[in-house]
Write a protein that binds this ligand. Sequence first.
Ligand code: HEC
Ligand code: HEC
Ligand code: HEC
Ligand code: HEC
Ligand code: HEC
Ligand code: HEC
Ligand code: HEC
Ligand code: HEC
Length: 399
Amino acid sequence: MNRRTIRIAIIIGMTSLLISMSLVWTIGVVGSAASDKTYVGSEKCKDCHDQIFAKWRQTPHANVIQEVKKNPDAIKGDFKTPDTARTFKKNEVVMTSGLIWKQRYITKDWKILPAQWNYETQKWAPYNVDKWKEEDWRSFCGYCHTTGYDSKKLAWKELNVGCEACHGPGSKHVENKEEKTEIALGEPPDIVNPASLTSDQAAMVCGQCHTRGTSPDGVFPFPVDYRPGDVLSAKNFTPVPYTDTKAWWPNKTVKQHRQQYIEWRVTKHAKAGVNCSVCHDAHVTRNKFQTKTSQNNLCLGCHPQISTDAERGHAPVGGTLRQHSDCVGCHMSAVGKSAEVGDEHTHTFRFIAPIATINLGGGDVKNQPNSCSVCHAGAPVDALQADFAERMPFRSSRP
Ligand code: HEC
Ligand code: HEC
Ligand code: HEC
Ligand code: HEC
Ligand code: HEC
Ligand code: HEC
Ligand code: HEC
Ligand code: HEC
């Protein structure tokens, strides 16, 4: 190598360093809380994305919070029949929260009334009876049920999970699309598309709300000032520890609701890039869980080698074809609770063997449920474990 080639090599090296630095810079800037962008509200997006808007409008996200003044029918609880759990009157309710499992009620001074209506049982259940007068909906709940939340002002741009909750503030995008015919080369994207983020960062967009824990200072139960595209980490959020027995079963699966992200992030699916949007469509409500296809097709699409044969297949327990081929029944057991235990599916994708109940729960499914007992509620746990051990002894080495 003579001097000239060395010089050229250095120049090439520096140029590629600069290019990679600018790439890092661009990626780093995508969607981060760029302060010049502001929230404009979902109605504005409708102007140009009317089809997505119409689909999104049907999702639970768009209907989480209802104002009674605008929609008196939003109140679903039974206020006619007297009930000892319900200690308040209908006319105290200014906003409602929830449409799938339970509904809670908010007053004109932002308190959450001390009973909730459970849809499935059609019954009232006491809620936070001791502390309800101290807790303010705006600081305890607001962030996750609104869009463009500001923790200093305790205010937001829009009630409900609007477009910008997942795409970040949209003012620049709207401005560009309305005024500019072309975007200058190298200009950072004007709006966040989760599909362009890394798999982990895209999951964090959902994980900002589908999580449980506190801000690092312990003040708020959500990641303060997080914006889509940001990294969710110990710097902005402390997940609820596994030692918290209100949130986790002893085997580290979900006991309450909204823990999907903190379960998912430690799975093989997370490592393999199988994130929330691989299985869920954020804009479309095919079913109440917004999955892209039916349960088994979802799994078999990527795990085609798993045989559903009743006798010689992957899960030959009991010899019944349909139920014991139900991937979600065993790998995403409904052990979590929103209104009732059984509402929420674990996102660890781990089968929970009956032996877990014996070893960690003293044999009682109330202390530690297992995948078999979720469906076979009355069956003795020992018998389920014996049956499982007998019929699926080589499980992990068989297709
Ligand atoms: C004036 C019209 C207009 C408005 C208003 C508008 N958009 Fe767009 N948007 C577009 C067009 C056109 C494209 C596709 C062109 C492109 O690829 O950049 C687009 C693309 C996008 C993309 C994909 C970007 C990418 O990099 O893949 C997202 C996400 C998006 N819009 C979200 C929104 C949201 C959220 C709002 C409301 C805050 C909104 N848009 C309002 C015109 C608009
Ligand atoms: C960290 C974000 C976050 C916080 C804080 C939060 N929620 Fe939620 N909430 C969610 C998510 C996400 C769901 C849906 C999750 C699920 O089903 O697993 C949900 C679901 C609900 C539901 C059930 C909805 C239904 O259709 O059945 C109600 C009611 C509710 N929240 C009320 C509240 C109240 C009241 C507070 C404050 C005391 C609160 N939430 C605090 C994120 C949050
Ligand atoms: C709960 C989160 C969430 C909400 C709310 C949401 N989006 Fe999206 N959006 C996504 C995700 C995730 C993607 C990327 C999907 C993928 O990975 O293929 C996306 C993609 C898009 C795209 C790119 C093109 C496409 O169809 O994939 C546009 C445009 C868009 N969203 C507009 C909107 C508008 C407008 C609204 C409100 C009416 C909205 N989104 C509400 C999460 C959301
Ligand atoms: C701003 C907070 C927020 C963000 C961001 C968010 N969600 Fe949600 N999500 C909620 C709340 C609150 C509910 C409860 C709605 C209700 O009242 O039923 C919910 C409900 C859902 C539901 C319906 C089933 C249920 O448990 O209620 C699915 C599925 C879901 N979210 C998936 C996603 C996915 C996937 C993403 C990311 C692409 C995402 N969410 C982003 C707050 C959020
Ligand atoms: C491998 C597929 C897959 C992945 C990845 C996945 N989910 Fe799910 N999710 C499901 C299935 C299947 C259900 C249950 C649907 C049913 O019973 O029909 C579900 C249910 C849910 C529900 C309803 C409440 C519950 O827990 O049962 C929410 C909310 C949800 N997922 C959010 C998320 C979020 C947020 C992520 C990313 C952190 C995620 N999911 C990742 C497949 C997946
Ligand atoms: C987009 C493709 C994709 C989808 C959809 C998918 N998986 Fe997976 N799954 C994978 C990959 C990739 C791995 C990791 C394989 C590895 O690391 O060995 C994996 C791993 C697993 C594992 C092993 C986990 C462990 O800890 O050993 C189980 C169990 C599993 N998946 C079940 C499911 C179920 C149940 C569904 C449906 C709800 C599903 N998968 C949907 C791609 C997928
Ligand atoms: C998704 C729900 C579901 C899960 C999970 C499940 N089962 Fe079943 N199982 C069923 C149903 C439904 C039947 C059929 C019952 C009938 O025909 O009376 C059945 C039948 C059986 C039978 C035959 C019963 C008889 O009387 O012949 C045995 C044994 C059995 N299951 C054991 C297990 C074991 C062990 C596990 C855990 C490894 C398990 N099951 C997980 C739903 C489930
Ligand atoms: C009766 C319960 C049961 C059913 C139903 C079931 N599995 Fe499994 N699966 C297991 C057990 C047990 C293992 C062994 C690993 C473990 O203990 O977690 C396993 C392991 C796996 C693995 C890891 C690779 C391997 O073979 O060890 C994948 C992938 C998987 N299952 C996918 C599926 C899919 C896809 C379906 C639906 C067609 C399904 N399973 C239905 C119980 C079940």
